[in-house]
Design a protein around this ligand. Structure first.
Ligand code: ZN
Length: 64
C-alpha cells in the first residue's frame, strides 16, 4: 500500500476576486458578464465565468 501522504489543504490566500462580484449561480454570473461585455464592448472586454472552490460561488474574470 502506498503511503498515504496527507497533504494539508492550504486555503488560497484571500483572493481579491473573492467577496466581491460573487454570484450564486453560473447563469447569474453569465448574465452579468454579458451585460458587462456589452457595456465595455468598445474596450473589447471578454469575461469568463468560473466556479470558485474557495467560496463556492461564481466569479467573473477578464479573459485577455
Ligand atoms: Zn470565490
Amino acid at each position: 500500500m502506498a503511503r498515504h501522504k496527507t497533504k494539508p489543504f492550504i486555503p488560497a490566500p484571500t483572493r481579491r476576486s473573492c467577496g466581491k462580484n460573487r454570484y450564486n449561480s453560473e447563469r447569474e454570473a453569465r448574465e452579468v458578464a454579458d451585460q458587462q461585455e456589452l457595456l465595455f464592448a468598445n474596450q473589447g472586454l471578454r469575461l469568463k465565468v468560473y466556479h470558485c472552490s474557495f467560496c463556492g460561488g461564481w466569479h467573473l474574470t477578464k479573459q485577455l
